[in-house]
Design a protein around this ligand. Structure first.
Ligand code: HEM
Length: 181
């Protein structure tokens, strides 16, 4: 997993809970890498989950809720810093349809060792579509936060319902996107 996912997580904790809590998390977690993250290096996802677990203990908010919130933060970061990847897109569905074959492909060109999920988009009808998440990493909550914030970004009148599927080849979840008329 790329360090950008960690550096932004630290930014998320600092923005939402303050620098003191960031310091406390690092001193309580004793991470293998020492936590000296740079955005281009690669880290084990376990370290992120360790920090999330400690943040959950400190705040009494469930790990799942924290990762969804963090996904929203990460989307806003991508929208700011990689705006050119999204400027030609005008809806949440268009974005979801382009993650697998365009956005994450471009990410892989920049970082050949990036660990990316599979994000499959399926149009069910004019009003409904599905996003299928599958990954070796248990980050469906992150996908949920990214999807929810993209709805806000495009100001789309869309309701998102998540269904967790039994783990098969990795961690799998499905998100049903419904346009409200
Ligand atoms: C401009 C938009 C986007 C950019 C620039 C982007 C880029 C990235 C990058 C750099 C990573 C980290 C790879 C690594 O850790 O090695 C990542 C991971 C991930 N991306 Fe994207 N992404 C974008 C949009 C999305 C969207 C819309 C989704 C929605 C489902 C998504 C789902 C994920 C998930 C869940 C991960 C975590 C890794 C995993 O679960 O296996 N991304 N993305």
């Amino acid at each position: 997993m790329k360090g950008v996912v960690f550096t932004e997580f630290v930014d998320f904790v600092e923005t939402k809970y303050g620098l003191e809590l960031v310091d406390l998390l690092f001193s309580n977690c004793q991470l293998e890498s020492g936590g000296a993250y740079t955005s281009i290096a690669t880290y084990d996802v376990k370290e992120l989950l360790q920090l999330v677990g400690e943040l959950s203990r400190q705040t009494d908010v469930s790990p799942s809720k924290l990762v969804v919130e963090y996904g929203r933060h990460l989307f806003r970061f991508f929208a700011r810093t990689r705006a050119s990847m999204m400027s030609h897109l005008s809806s949440c569905e268009e974005l979801m349809a382009s993650v697998e074959n365009q956005i994450h492909v471009d990410v892989r060109k920049l970082y050949p060792d990036a660990e990316l999920p599979s994000i499959k988009f399926e149009r069910v009808s004019d009003l409904q579509s599905k996003v299928h998440y599958q990954s070796a990493r248990p980050l469906a909550d992150l996908a949920e936060g990214l999807i929810l914030e993209s709805v806000v970004h495009f100001r789309d009148p869309i309701t998102v319902v998540r269904k967790d599927l039994p783990p098969g080849d990795g961690c799998i979840a499905e998100f049903v996107l419904t346009r409200n008329v």
